[in-house]
Design a binder for this molecule. Structure first.
Ligand code: PRX
Length: 647
């Protein structure tokens, strides 16, 4: 990276909350006095009992434990709501921008949000939901989604939010895995004018095996569509909430009590229930939100992520609300009714900090500068990126066209598992480099290892690991602690393995290169190749399927599936469409394969292992990079697949 490609921190620094020197002091303090540093972060929150035991971590498999602030007692909803009431009760917490720009905007103050959360929390208690019970939330991006999460937190119930784009089978799997007692959904969702049949999907999910734990379904009336209600299971949200008192005694939670479960894809077929606990997670969400976004009391923050993903948990709900910030929540999509929508919303609500995914930037970049220039955007002062690597070209467009060269971009690297941002520039303190997430936050210890686990020094490329814990780290895979240990701590003993490849340049800045496991990152959404494969082989015509990621100009990665049919089945266009439909129906539209290639056979080693490296190169149409194919049981398979690429 040449000097001229750097964007100096200096111009923003004068107004920034911390400067380079202070950032370096924080990093030094985290090393010299870790307990003092981490205890200091905990002071951001309101505790019924402030922790005295700050950190108890061992990645040693014989004595494995991760505990933060373990004797602390707090309540997450109190931190996000009650704490702000005296000084900021009338400050707007949520600005709800509906899918339809002509529908009314809703603004909720902290006081109003508090009352709504308390009413639902009381209703949930009356329905028999208590501490430790699981509640599945399957809602669109509407205020009730935030209310539902915080109401669970208030009574100590563990929420599991399922993204509204998932199909009934995926909803059912996630309900069954954690044994939810109650589901909160809506009649329908709206996205870009299209209706999403949420209640119908829940009905279908609850007919599937393993979902008998659900006693109650609360249904938010959102579009007003007529949906069948099955009594006594189904209850209208309004009806149970109306008349409830607008205060509710919060449950006193231990710092290590679970706050939520969020399912994410891994390299096996079954999504993992990533479990986060109350104290450490909230400290980290709150601290990183304030630090990375240089948060000031007058900011209007807008993170475009859906609450169905970790970004929506940490930077729509817990971080911003713990910090008493005003924020926009948006139900719609960037191109409805037109491709200026994001910037119209920025102007309408005078957004000062805007946080989105590279896929959205790339999609909008294709539409040219005019739809952006048609808006003012003078309120913006800081931009953020998350979810996948941002290519330097998209970075520059975001910086120069959207931010008009005025707004630093924080390229934030993190994962569902990490709870919050771990590697990112700090505006005003870090020089920016287009395409690089730059430096670890204070207290975070990333490192690169080679395939054998040897630590790489200086300028290097390898697999990204973390040498030590941080408060926001996930604590377990729900119901399968061994899987947690096997997935993250066995590959490189004594280290947390991220699953990402990464390069560190001569300045010590980190460049994430993407997943090195069998996970595809489609538009910033993690999809396990094994999940798509099992949806494909569930079709009676399919004998075998292998799925790989392939570079995609807008989505980052697309889904490329090789399908071998059972003998006698015909490779028809109709069947291809049926298979696409099958995946959409079993997982959801986010997993739609971009390409299905018929594969008379798959490249396998003599021991029968599919060689995905070869399939990836064929998908990329890069036969010159195939490498050694001599270990294949039948090397001629490769030529057949190269010839059979769909045009
Ligand atoms: O591969 C990395 C990529 O997204 C993965 C985590 O996905 P998920 O758990 O769904 O969380 C997404 C939101 C935090 C990572 O393993 N990723 C995330 N942020 C970046 C990124 N890759 C490059 N640059 C980023 N800023």
């Amino acid at each position: 990276m040449h000097q001229r490609d750097r964007v100096e921190a200096a111009t923003f620094a004068a107004k920034a909350n911390i400067n380079r020197e202070q950032y370096e002091q924080l990093c030094a303090q985290a090393v010299q006095d870790p307990d003092g540093f981490w205890a200091g972060l905990a002071q951001r929150l309101h505790w019924y009992r402030f922790p005295t035991r700050i950190r108890d971590v061992s990645y040693d498999l014989r004595d494995f434990r991760i505990r933060w602030y373990e004797d602390g007692v707090l309540n997450a909803s109190v931190n996000c709501l009650d704490r702000h009431l005296d000084s900021n009760g009338d400050k707007v917490a949520l600005i709800f921008e509906p899918d339809d720009p002509d529908a009314p905007v809703q603004k909720l103050t902290y006081r109003e949000l508090h009352a709504r959360v308390c009413r639902l929390a009381n209703a949930l208690r009356n329905l028999g939901v208590g501490k430790g019970d699981r509640v599945t939330i399957y809602l669109p991006m509407i205020p009730e989604a935030v209310v539902a999460m915080l109401a669970c937190a208030r009574i100590g119930a563990v929420h599991s939010v399922v993204f509204g784009g998932f199909a009934p089978q995926s909803v059912a799997d996630r309900i069954a895995d954690c044994g939810s007692k109650l589901v909160i959904t809506a009649d329908e969702g709206l996205r870009g004018g299209r209706r999403i049949p949420l209640k119908a999907n829940v009905d279908a999910a609850l007919k599937l095996p393993g979902t008998h734990s659900v006693e109650t379904v609360l249904v938010v009336r959102h579009t007003g569509a007529a949906v069948p209600m099955q009594m006594p299971r189904d209850r209208w949200f309004d009806a149970v909430v109306d008349g409830q008192p607008d205060s509710c005694e919060p449950a006193q939670m231990n710092a290590e009590d679970p706050l939520f479960i969020l399912y994410t894809s891994g390299s096996t077929g079954k999504p993992k229930g990533v479990l986060h606990t109350t104290g450490g997670y909230l400290v980290w969400a709150s601290y990183t939100h304030a630090l990375v976004f240089d948060l000031k009391p007058e900011d209007v923050f807008w993170c475009t992520a859906d609450i169905g993903w970790i970004t929506g948990h940490s930077y729509v709900v817990y971080g911003p609300l713990a910090n008493g910030c005003t924020q926009v929540i948006f139900e719609g999509v960037p191109n409805h009714p037109d491709v200026s929508r994001f910037w119209q919303v920025v102007d309408r609500h005078q957004v000062s900090i805007f946080y989105t995914a590279p896929t959205a930037i790339r999609a909008l970049m294709r539409e040219g500068d005019a739809p952006v220039r048609a808006t003012s955007r003078t309120s913006l002062r800081l931009l953020g990126s998350v979810g996948e690597p941002i290519n330097p070209e998209a970075w520059r467009w975001y910086f120069e066209v959207v931010g008009e060269g005025r707004c630093p971009i924080v390229d934030t690297w993190w994962q569902t598992e990490t709870g919050g941002i771990l590697i990112s520039p700090i505006p005003g303190a870090t020089d920016l480099k287009p395409g690089s997430a730059t430096r670890p936050l204070p207290g975070i210890r990333p490192a690169l290892v080679d395939a054998t686990g040897t630590l790489l020094e200086g300028e290097a490329e390898g697999n990204l690991v973390l040498l030590d814990s941080w408060p926001g780290q996930m604590r377990t895979v729900y119901g399968d602690h061994q899987r947690f240990i096997d997935t993250y701590f066995k590959t490189y003993p004594g280290m947390y393995f991220t699953g990402d490849g990464c390069r560190r340049d001569a300045d010590g800045d980190y460049w994430i290169t993407g997943r090195v496991d069998d996970v595809i990152n489609v538009s910033g959404h993690r999809i396990g190749t094994a999940e798509v494969e099992s949806a494909l082989v569930a079709h009676p015509a399919v004998a075998e399927a292998a799925v790989v990621g392939v570079p995609h100009p807008v989505k980052g990665q697309g889904i490329y599936a090789y399908v071998t049919l059972v003998a006698g089945e015909q490779e028809t266009e109709e069947l291809r469409q049926a298979l696409v439909a099958q995946v959409r129906q079993m997982i959801g539209p986010i997993a739609t394969p971009d390409v299905i290639q018929w594969a008379p056979a798959l490249p396998k080693t003599r021991s029968g292992k599919i060689m995905r490296r070869i399939l990836r190169k064929i998908a990329e149409d890069a036969p010159e990079q195939l490498g050694d194919t001599s270990t294949l049981a039948d090397p001629s398979v490769v030529d057949a697949l190269l010839r059979g690429r769909p045009r």
